[in-house]
Design a protein around this ligand. Structure first.
Ligand SMILES: Cc1cc2nc3c(=O)[nH]c(=O)nc-3n(C[C@H](O)[C@H](O)[C@H](O)COP(=O)(O)OP(=O)(O)OC[C@H]3O[C@@H](n4cnc5c(N)ncnc54)[C@H](O)[C@@H]3O)c2cc1C
Length: 436
């Protein structure tokens, strides 16, 4: 194991969190992690693993010992007959997806970027879209975890704490290995095009039933939405990926280079935003292509932003968007980032935003150089009025009083935490706030 004594400042991707760990370590094995936990306990320090720092909240921050699992990032074993793979917890989705493809396997669903580690993604309930599908943690069938007592615990589907271990917020211990249930590798047919918001809302049930994965981006101050429909293709369909130029134009130049320029301009002159949004919504034209699932799910995101996202009951969607529209209409602020809406099915993971409820997810974003606080506070008030559950890795100001009421297994999760980490070796101020 190596320590990195010079670099004792840690920041997350969105630059919303900075932490000053006492020590940074790069363990190479579960035994190393166990020894580091034992050392931290002897020194009276807290200890946390970070993934790719893609959480917007301070969920990963520590002023104790910070573990980077970048040397624990291998695919360890696979079983083609069951579709199960065992990985080290520090592997990124970006590294994992092509390795799975080489085995003829894939994760059933993904979010819209891939730098996250498997441990980080499952720990916060990272999800994509699909009304009959689940977040990434639902693919977890087993974890190996180093507890505060430095013991190595295997939690599989039969274990009574299985429901707690899949979305564990980094609060139960250090995940060192994860077993994932994959599906056969698949291609997706992507169909993207614009629609007006009232039509999307009128047809939302049909859209979610008729498509494996559907999401839409509504451009504030306009009625325009970009709707993305991705569907599994029939056996024998061949890949027809986007041409290199179209990919560069849409996904790099327009979505990143031009969008960065737009946000800088919008920051100087917010009055231009409604016009810019109308132009942006029209610039992203219709397109169709067929590609490996992970190439369709994942986009390049180079414009730094802040995000808040809540899971809300599906029938609340028209009211929630109507209330956001009213807030924009009242002239509080002009917002350049589209509102993203996705869908997922109810799961049985105790601290998952999808716990026992079919949801849609509504996400608000703000450019990282622009203050997000009043916009996100207004959005949070709207989401919580509709029983919203905040994404654990995305900005919100809620605490355990609210969250306990919205998770029926909350107290059981806290009881598992009390057993595995009675001295709060893995805690930080964010976890103290949300778990009490
Ligand atoms: C550009 C961008 C796009 C995003 N898109 C999506 C999306 O489409 N869908 C979605 O749901 N979310 C999305 N997110 C949020 C992101 O997926 C989550 O916040 C995720 O947790 C980040 O993973 P990470 O590896 O960066 O983990 P980090 O943010 O570094 O850590 C997250 C949590 O996991 C814990 N952790 C990490 N490693 C371990 C370990 N080995 N053992 C125990 N705990 C550990 C940390 O302590 C912390 O509590 C996005 C974020 C960004 C910045």
């Amino acid at each position: 194991m190596t320590t990195d004594a010079q670099a004792l400042v840690w920041t997350n991707w969105s630059r919303s969190v900075e932490a000053h760990p006492a020590r940074i370590a790069h363990p190479a094995s579960t035994a190393d992690v166990s020894a580091l936990v034992r050392d931290a306990a002897a020194a009276g320090q807290t200890i946390k693993a970070v993934g790719a720092g893609h959480s917007f909240t301070a969920i990963a921050a520590t002023d104790g010992v910070l573990l980077h699992l970048d040397r624990m990032s291998r695919l360890l074993t696979h079983d083609i007959s069951t579709g199960r793979v065992r990985v080290q917890a520090g592997i990124s989705l970006r590294a994992l997806n092509p390795q799975l493809k080489a085995l003829g396997l894939a994760l059933p669903n993904l979010g819209d970027v891939d730098p996250q580690t498997v441990a980080g993604a499952v720990s916060t309930g990272t999800h994509g879209t699909g009304a009959a599908l689940f977040g990434i943690s639902a693919a977890v069938v087993g974890v190996q975890i180093v507890t505060a007592a430095a013991q190595i615990l295997e939690i599989d589907e039969q274990h009574p704490w299985f429901g707690a271990a899949r979305v564990s917020l980094g609060a139960l211990g250090i995940l060192t290995e994860v077993t994932l249930q994959c599906v056969p590798a698949f291609l997706l047919h992507a169909h993207e095009g614009s629609m007006v918001l009232p039509e999307v809302l009128d047809r939302v049930h049909e859209l979610t039933v008729d498509n494996d994965h559907v999401e839409f981006y509504w451009f504030p101050h306009t009625e325009k939405a970009l709707v993305k429909r991705n569907n599994r293709v029939a056996e024998g369909t061949v890949r027809q990926p986007l041409g290199r130029f179209r990919h560069w134009l849409d996904d790099e130049f327009l979505s990143n280079t031009v969008f960065e320029g737009i946000n800088r301009l919008a920051r100087q002159t917010p009055a231009l935003i409604p016009t810019i949004n109308r132009i942006s919504a029209s610039a992203l034209g219709a397109r169709e292509y067929v590609d490996d699932s992970y190439n369709v799910f994942v986009s390049s995101r180079k414009v730094r932003f802040r995000e808040s996202e809540f899971a809300i009951p599906r029938d609340a969607l028209p009211s929630v968007l109507g209330e956001l529209q009213a807030w924009f209409g009242a002239g509080h602020e002009n917002i350049s980032f589209p509102i993203e809406v996705r869908f997922a099915a109810a799961d049985d993971v105790w601290m998952s935003t999808g716990h026992e409820r079919d949801n849609c997810y509504v996400a608000v974003h703000q450019y990282h150089r622009t203050d997000h606080t009043s916009y996100f506070a207004a959005a949070q008030d709207i989401f919580t009025a509709h029983d919203g559950r905040p994404h654990w890795g995305k900005l919100h100001t809620l605490d355990s009083t609210y969250l306990r009421k919205h998770y029926s297994r909350f107290d059981e999760f806290v009881a598992v935490r009390d057993q595995l980490d009675p001295e709060r070796r893995f805690s930080n101020p964010y976890l103290d706030r949300v778990l009490g």
